[in-house]
Design a binder for this molecule. Structure first.
Ligand SMILES: [Zn+2]
Length: 436
């Protein structure tokens, strides 16, 4: 029986209303692409309206800190530096001033801003059963060395502390190394690629010869196709643009955001930002992958902190929370907790026995102890390294059985013995030659 005419009118009206409001919604999100020298850009104003997030462009040369940023989207004129939701985030291309407007490259809107602002909308995001933990370096490759110990030992200790945390959250955990031996970078990537629904988290500590005062956290994911890495100063060098990207770079960026906000929100460290690099382990992994640099072994205060067991436990815990936050993205269907959320939570929570003061005291104690040791033994780095090794119980020679299953025993053996002096520098190791 046909519907009465009146009811048809009502239905038509309802459909028309839906159609009108839908077209308004679509109109509001229209991207107005502006071509400059053949490249596509979008105005900051357009981006701000699209996401419904207030934005600001500060003058070139201005310094912006995440915690003092006035808006959720902060850009610096002529710079690749931005602060997105309270964390420094590096664009692939600088913000361009053109015809009275501030422009952001289309690549950055798609590859940087979108996965950072709406990580929960990245396709296949948060699918993770296995977390592949990759403690950097190992064996003859010590990584960076401070007076308190070596990067390889600190990184392994963080991974060991993180494994039970993740297992308690229901993740399967595979470590690329269980002890003090070197695992080739391609094998580390192979381990991640062989695991089912895996993500890859590489743990490192930083160093620089340029600035003894350099401090802070940074996190890397693979540079998208057609873009330069964050450290590439020659932004106009076209050669970098044609490097292949990764089919999972949006997921990797979402993982970066989840872990980085947790780290910054829970440990008071300088914010160096969410960056892009073509490090070998990021290039060779085919699954969402990040590389964390957990502070500088070349800076006095920070190297003390890193030498503290309690601090490393807190650092591992924050990575664990970040990974869980990544897994929850498709469940919660909303952005992850941000720096400000973590800090608010910490303020309202009861006092944590592992406070920053406690760490400082602990680190101070370690420093005194190390100093005494050095005096007594007349040794410094070697001695401290040995102490740390002993403390961490780094004596495992055999790789994890599950790991061997994944990649085969032959992949891990044999290790070429390397003379100490030829230990590759960090930069050459982590940014091994790019194969186009
Ligand atoms: Zn390293």
């Amino acid at each position: 029986m046909p519907l009465p005419l009146k009811r048809w009118f009502i239905l038509a009206f309802v459909f028309a209303s839906i159609a009108i409001s839908f077209s308004i919604a679509v109109a509001a999100v229209d991207w107005q692409v502006i071509k400059v020298n053949g490249h596509d850009y979008l105005t900051v104003d357009n981006i701000s309206k699209f996401y419904g997030m207030p934005a600001e462009v500060v003058p070139s040369g201005a310094k912006i800190q995440g915690e003092t940023a006035n808006h959720p989207l902060e850009f610096v004129s002529g710079s690749r530096e931005a602060v997105i939701n309270g964390a420094r985030s590096w664009l692939c291309f600088p913000v361009l001033e053109y015809d009275g407007k501030s422009l952001v490259s289309r690549t950055d809107v798609a590859k940087t801003i979108e996965p950072l602002v709406r990580p929960h909308r990245v396709p296949n995001v948060g699918k993770v059963q296995t977390v592949v933990l990759d403690p950097g370096h190992g064996g003859y490759d010590k990584g960076q060395v401070s007076r308190y110990g070596a990067e390889k030992d600190f990184a392994l200790d963080v991974a060991r502390k993180l494994r039970p945390i993740l297992q308690a959250k229901g993740f399967k955990v595979v470590m690329t190394r269980e002890g003090d031996y070197f695992v080739p970078l391609e094998v580390r990537a192979k381990i991640a690629n062989s695991a089912h629904n895996s993500i890859f988290v590489s743990i490192h500590f930083n160093a620089t010869n340029d600035d003894p005062n350099a401090t802070g956290f940074e996190i890397f994911s693979f540079t998208p196709r057609g873009a330069p890495s964050t450290s590439d100063s020659a932004v106009n060098a076209n050669s970098a643009y044609m490097q292949p990207g990764s089919s999972v770079d949006a997921q990797s960026m979402a993982l970066s955001a989840c872990i980085y906000h947790s780290l910054l929100g829970q440990l008071r460290e300088y914010d160096r930002g969410i960056k892009r690099a073509r490090f070998a382990v990021l290039r060779l992994t085919k699954v969402p992958a990040v590389l964390i640099e957990g502070g500088f072994l070349t800076e006095r205060g920070e190297s003390k902190l890193i030498s503290s067991k309690d601090w490393r436990a807190k650092f591992a815990g924050a990575i664990g929370v970040g990974i869980e936050s990544y897994q929850e993205l498709p469940v919660n269907k909303q952005p992850p907790m941000l720096v400000a959320d973590y800090r608010r939570q910490a303020k309202s929570a009861p006092v944590d026995p592992v406070s920053q003061d406690g760490n400082a005291n602990d680190a101070e104690g370690n420093l005194k102890q190390a100093g005494a040791n050095a005096k007594q033994a007349g040794a410094n780095v070697k001695e401290a390294g040995a102490n740390v090794k002993e403390e961490l119980g780094v004596n495992v020679k055999e790789a994890d059985a599950s790991l061997l299953e994944l990649v085969g025993r032959s992949a891990l053996l044999p290790q070429p013995p390397q003379p100490q002096k030829s230990t590759p520098a960090k930069t050459s190791l982590e940014s091994a030659p790019i194969i186009p």
